[in-house]
Design a protein around this ligand. Structure first.
Ligand code: FES
Length: 508
């Protein structure tokens, strides 16, 4: 489904509203300032507020207006980069902590839902990991053994997943997974934060963040927040210019939602082992279910024919779930893939000790975001937490040196390619209404969007983070940076970091 501005909208955006709030209108102080009102920021804010800390949460968009509204909200400890791979990279002890922390995150969400009486469709269910045709069962066997060594004793191999319309073949069953409606959950957290004395300001961009004896956050509207600590939970940090962005890579992932007769598909989470993999769940509405299928990931800003990915997902879904009706929802999101599979949650490398980040959510944003709440609360309150070393943003893993080199060579290649290549089109006449293209103008490159009335909107195509050339994303009507994941709307307004300012205006 598309909004008026051309952007896609998720099942969640169509079925729930998060509460509106006001922008920050004066200087203020807090114990902790949290930048980013998505799952990570709101979890940190809630847990600190429960501990009696005065928190301020700010976001440059609405509450949960970033990737949190675009997730499919699988709450899972079936680690998507596989336990067998985590054992190789991180060793047995750390792999046990991965399983423990994701399990604890699901449990904590469940307890928050109960304590705060959040009506967010939370439910426990099983998850099934199955093979695509032709893959060896040995992969599942190895994963089963690794998951059990990681402490997930209840994982078992079963003959097939409980889907009548197609035979998954042998698969792994992960019990006690969960799902929820992410926006309803975040709305509940917002109410709870405010009941506990916290404050939330939206449409308030942090233009400068500095740590020190007091953290200082300057907003784009000219106000100052001083705080004992600051948490940057902006999906990918807007405060860390280089270090973290060499250790994670942005991938765009696609989702469709199609209505299915109520009860025609067994309620579980399902994932296959393809790379990129498919992920499947159901969301119930008044008199039908919505089958939600995701996949078709690619490195952000490095694809063509974006819309075809939704069509391939639909074809894949129809072959396996013939009962689905029209596809009513299409959307896409971006996940930050850490080179070693584990999120970065802790002190910001190279910064003052009271500046914290949460990023690298991989395909597990809801549990990683909740882990951020638990871990950062302990760090800020100077309590021991045994997950701290696992998630330390400063860690270096020599076992992932190959992946690290591959992703950074890819970024280097983008600089060379983008600056040497011509534009997407020779002249603005070739740009159709509702479309955009990069065009060369002398030595410069321009990001040119032609709106539905035919008017042209020109911006510099140089990303405001580290200068790569943005690419037009025809599916979401955005400008996506192929280097570290910054995204801008069709008019050049930044909607995703690490860039923290809009594409530059150009002289006509
Ligand atoms: Fe780093 Fe664009 S996101 S250069």
């Amino acid at each position: 489904m598309k909004t008026d501005s051309g952007q896609t909208t998720s099942v969640w955006m169509a079925t729930a509203n998060v509460p509106e709030r006001q922008p920050l209108a004066e200087d203020t102080r807090a114990d902790v300032c949290i930048v980013g009102a998505g799952i990570a920021g709101m979890s940190v804010g809630y847990l600190l507020a429960r501990e009696g800390r005065a928190v301020v949460v700010i976001d440059d968009g609405p509450i949960a207006g970033g990737m949190t509204q675009l997730t499919t909200a699988h709450l899972s400890n079936a680690f998507d980069d596989r336990y067998q791979e985590m054992e190789r990279v991180h060793g047995n002890e750390m792999t046990r902590l991965i399983a423990e922390s994701h399990t604890a995150a699901i449990d904590r969400i469940e307890s928050i839902v109960a304590e705060e009486k959040i009506d967010c469709d939370f439910e426990r269910l099983d998850g099934y990991l199955f093979l695509p045709p032709g893959d060896s069962i040995e992969l599942l066997q190895r994963e089963l053994e690794a998951a059990r060594r990681a402490g997930l004793a209840d994982v078992e191999m079963v003959a097939r997943a409980p889907i009548d319309s197609f035979d998954t073949g042998t698969c792994l069953r992960f019990p006690r997974q969960a799902q929820f409606h992410p926006l309803k959950y975040i709305a509940g957290l917002a109410r709870a934060i405010e009941r506990l004395g916290g404050r939330i300001f939206i449409r308030t961009r942090a233009s400068e963040i500095t740590g020190g004896s007091f953290a200082c956050i300057a907003t784009a509207s000219g106000h100052i927040i001083t705080a004992g600590a600051v948490v940057v939970a902006t999906n990918t940090p807007v405060t860390n210019v280089v270090t973290i962005h060499t250790k994670q890579a942005p991938y765009t992932t696609y989702v469709i939602g199609a209505r299915a007769p109520r009860g025609s598909i067994a309620r579980s989470l399902y994932w296959d082992t393809l790379d990129p993999y498919h992920y499947i769940r159901l969301q119930s509405e008044a008199d039908s279910d919505v089958l939600i299928v995701g996949g078709e990931d690619h490195k952000s800003g490095q694809a063509k024919k974006y819309e075809e990915r939704w069509l391939r997902l639909e074809q894949w879904a129809r072959e396996r779930f013939p009962m689905i009706e029209a596809v009513e929802f299409r959307w896409l999101g971006q996940v930050m893939e850490p080179v070693d599979g584990v999120a970065f949650i802790g002190r910001n490398p190279g910064d003052d000790d009271n500046v914290y980040i949460a990023t690298g959510d991989s395909g597990m944003g809801m549990t990683h975001g909740t882990i951020a709440g638990l871990l950062l609360t302990d760090l800020i309150l100077e309590r021991e937490n045994r997950w701290a070393r696992l998630y330390d943003p400063s860690r270096v893993s020599l076992k992932t040196a190959g992946e690290f080199a591959k992703e950074n060579l890819n970024v280097a290649a983008q600089y060379v390619k983008d600056y040497l290549a011509g534009g997407d089109v020779e002249s603005v006449e070739e740009i159709r209404e509702g479309e955009g293209a990069v065009i060369r103008s002398g030595l410069a490159k321009l990001a040119v969007y032609r709106d539905e009335t035919g008017a042209l909107h020109k911006r510099s195509a140089v990303c405001r983070h580290l200068g790569c050339i943005v690419q037009w994303n025809s599916a979401d009507k955005t400008w996506d940076c192929p280097c570290h994941g910054s995204r801008y709307d069709a008019f050049g307004r930044v909607i995703n970091g690490p860039a923290n300012s809009d594409l530059e205006a150009v002289e006509e």
